[in-house]
Write a protein that binds this ligand. Sequence first.
Ligand code: PEP
Ligand code: MG
Length: 568
Amino acid sequence: MSFLNGIAASSGIAIAKAYRLVEPDLSFEKKNIKDSTEEIARFQSALSASKSELEVIRDNALKKLGADKAAIFDAHLLVLSDPELIHPIEDKIKNEQVSAEYALKETADMFVMMFEQMENEYMKERAADIRDVTKRVLSHLLGVQIVNPSLIAEEVIIIAEDLTPSDTAQLNRQFVKGFATDIGGRTSHSAIMARSLEIPAVVGTKESTKVIQNGDLLIVDGLKGLVHINPTPEAVVEYEKELRNHEIQKTEWAKLIHEKSFTADQSFVELAANIGTPNDLEGVINNGGEGIGLYRTEFLYMGRSQLPTEEEQFESYKSVLEGMSGKPVVVRTLDIGGDKKLPYLNLPEELNPFLGFRAIRLCLEQQDMFRTQLRALLRASSYGNLKIMFPMIATLEEFREGKSILEEEKQKLVSEGEKVSDHIEVGIMVEIPSTAVLADQFAKEVDFFSIGTNDLIQYTMAADRMNERVSYLYQPYNPSILRLIKMVIDAAHQEGKWAGMCGEMAGDEMAIPLLLGLGLDEFSMSATSILKARSQIRNLNKKEMEKLAADALKMKTADEVLRAVKKI
Ligand code: PEP
Ligand code: MG
């Protein structure tokens, strides 16, 4: 048995076979050929191999995943039989004496470009079909295998170099028991989503795609950050026992679902959930969430080819507000950028996307997009307890500008006769050190703060949250971070405002005692962490935690702080 060390990204244990989700290398050199008849025959045989493969996939999809998924492959089969695509490829091979790979790619690219430029949505989708089919035929010509995660129909552990947030969103919880990636950190969005989907995950293993083969038996230990490859039967038995204990523990925590979150000395804090889509609401309710502390609306904008309309957004926001039945719902306006991309905005590539043109910076410039979102939010506001939050605020001017645009849209809606709540709090994420340092000034103008430690730590330590090589600098317990957090909480309280935290630190059992002691009012985390946190908080004494926090603020290193927390 061997194992890989990585970063524990989502706790829990998974035992299943490996499924490599690795993009195949479909590159080739342009080659001239001598015998075009032979080359056309080679092309024809790649076509028929692709057809037989697609027929099997289509039939499997129909049986296991339903007609919807199967229809995609029917469309692909149609493309493969379309003479308008096939004949020009054969003509090119014959007339230009070029290889089948080259003729296929050139011709297909031309069609893709043509379809993509059309206004009609249906035609745009044909471009995606041609691209997929070309990949499949190319893979047969080149003798390499391609994979399709949406078709996984047995229990597996995904092995990938990295997973994008939209890859992660599409993982089928029924079959994907865990994942391990080569790159990424604890706060990369795929890790955050794994936690909310309750999929055990280890990221940043550096070489899982190199050493793990399809079908290897794996144990993903999302608590210790280990991936065991072909473990001994004894190790499997041991882990199965741990898995059962975890289930028993969860049943204990579940008893707290309707309880409030009080400390042992009766101090109250709010435990809220972070969500990405209205579908996550069920998890919030089932885990006793007392509110939504962060609704990452960017997921509404992802995995599609154009911006969501005002109406679509209105329906989503309304359903979350209604679903929470009057409990607070903090909706963050669009925070695109960093590892969350929107290809259809056609923004130029940047050298440092995490420091670039993103979130509120983009929204203040592309105001149509921003105003549409604000209108949808304002219209939804009368269906619940809405709070609006701007992401990545670095200066007071940014906040003021965002807020005045919100006011303008509100006035317009009111004059159009729309019902808009009069009690919408407007706050900011504190993710940038400049804002934490100037929190006393911000606190005079905002209604609340929510500390985004995923970014606040990355910007304070100058350590990219996606880069596993600098992940040791993700140090939530570093006294420098604790001091910034204290500044923000104190500044809020000074002005009679509340301070929450929606970064991953809020759900970290080693950080919770410190945050309680620093006076945090609201903790927002993956819904699946709420009950565990509530059980922990009920056993902590606020007065004692204040002492712990005061000591920690004077310490020198994160390790020293961690040792102090472990002693309580
Ligand atoms: C954060 O930065 O802590 C945060 C909650 O926002 P995101 O993880 O979406 O960047
Ligand atoms: Mg952030």
